[in-house]
Design a protein around this ligand. Structure first.
Ligand code: B12
Ligand code: SF4
Ligand code: SF4
Length: 332
């Protein structure tokens, strides 16, 4: 949604660019949706320093969304969904660079942010990302966050990958959050999460999601190092890291990260393009239950709420993770 809001003067004294024209330029360059936020907005207070650290001339944040194919994301063969994520990230990288080149021709300078990785690991285990694309998407009116903490687009549902461009120029109008959420609180995301990270009345459980979904990323890699150091020989290493788990880690390191989960996205029926053609009952049978009951290893910290949650599902092989990354809001 684009609305006229009070905006800062362009510090250079240049004319503000028409948002409608920049929107058209972004869509022509391949974006599926686009939104704009001004750097001075109070909702960005927590984000502003990190944004300016990435590009100190930032006046406008351009948020770009590309649509993911819901069927890929819902596949039981989870490497198919990982591949869809990576393909969308590659598309975003090329679309945003095309946009930046075209903006440069209009005299606009700026930088393209990564969709996710690489991040600023000098801040690990704190906030390693400079721009929270979800906040930019919400503020610019691309969508609202659902119970699953993902941005749901009115048309594409939560099947979007996001990124942001930071530019040195003001626009003549900016987006505002959409008045209505597409999330109807159906609870399917909550029910499909293997570690209980999504609860109706509790904050999102960042650590439990990361421990499982990022098993083949930083969380599991640290555990692998810990396992290697504690093992006296290959056999004792295999007690903690099976050859299958080592192969999965190898693939993530050699190719691109294998996401273990993403069920909260897969099962979300919100949004016109994601809405199941079948009845809710059939959708639960065809999409939700196969993922929820998919036999697989689930990674949890010993004694955590996530362990209790995972053990309640007999289809899951619960694996206790020895090494845990401790993150807290104090790390921010
Ligand atoms: C960090 C991160 C994660 C973390 C934390 C997720 C989270 N909810 O914050 C982990 C590793 C768990 C994760 C998992 C996933 N992610 Co992620 N992730 C990000 C990242 C880098 C930043 C997210 C962010 O801004 N979080 C902070 C605020 C805005 O979100 P929040 O929901 O309000 O966060 C709460 C908790 O995290 C909590 N909290 C608890 N401990 C801590 C510690 C720190 C240091 C912080 C900052 C916050 C915090 O505080 C917040 C308030 O309640 C973005 C890329 C980017 N640069 O923006 C992608 C991104 C959000 N992820 C995305 C996706 C798709 C996923 C997965 C589906 C991947 C997968 N297949 O496993 C899952 C889904 C998990 C979920 N339901 O949220 C997409 C979302 C697209 C969309 N439609 O919204 C993004 C935008 C990547 C992209 N370019 O498309 N992710
Ligand atoms: S699955 Fe249902 S409750 Fe969860 S985010 Fe989607 S619409 Fe909301
Ligand atoms: S990615 Fe998986 S573990 Fe993380 S919140 Fe979604 S369903 Fe739960």
């Amino acid at each position: 949604m684009i609305a006229n809001t009070s905006v800062q003067q362009n510090p250079s004294g240049r004319q503000k660019l028409p948002a409608q024209d920049i929107r058209a330029l972004c869509l022509e360059s391949g974006a599926d949706d686009v939104g704009f936020v001004e750097i001075s907005r109070p909702a960005l207070d927590f984000e502003r320093d990190d944004i300016l650290a990435a590009y100190r001339h930032t006046q406008t944040i351009i948020c770009i969304a590309v649509h993911l194919n819901p069927e890929n994301m819902r596949s039981l063969a989870r490497h198919i969904s990982s591949d869809e994520f990576h393909h969308a990230t590659d598309s975003l990288n090329s679309i945003t660079r095309t946009i930046l080149r075209r903006l440069k021709d209009l005299g606009v300078r700026g930088v393209v942010m990564p969709a996710d990785f690489p991040m600023d690991m000098s801040r690990f285990p704190g906030k390693t990302w400079n721009v929270s694309h979800k906040i930019m998407a919400v503020e610019s009116g691309i969508g609202n966050m659902g119970l699953n903490r993902l941005v749901i687009h009115p048309e594409f549902g939560n099947f979007i990958r996001l990124t942001s461009l930071l530019i040195d120029t003001c626009l003549d109008s900016y987006g505002t959050p959409l008045p209505d959420s597409s999330c109807d609180n159906c609870g399917l995301c909550l029910s499909a999460c293997p570690v209980g990270a999504i609860q109706r009345h509790e904050p999102f459980d960042f650590t439990s999601c990361m421990t499982h979904a990022y098993r083949d990323n930083i969380a599991g890699f640290m555990d692998m190092l810990d396992s290697l150091l504690r093992s006296t020989d290959m056999n004792s290493f295999r007690q903690r890291f099976s050859d299958r788990e080592t192969a999965s880690m190898w693939q993530s390191l050699m190719y691109k990260m294998n996401y273990r989960c993403g069920y909260c996205m897969a099962v979300c029926p919100a949004g016109q393009a994601a809405r199941p053609v079948s009845s809710r009952k059939e959708f639960v049978q065809e999409v939700v239950l196969p993922l929820k009951n998919r036999p697989e290893q689930v990674y949890v910290a010993q004694g955590s709420k996530a362990e209790k949650h995972a053990r309640a599902n007999p289809n899951k092989d619960v694996r206790l993770v020895g090494f845990q990354i401790h993150r807290s809001k104090n790390d921010l």
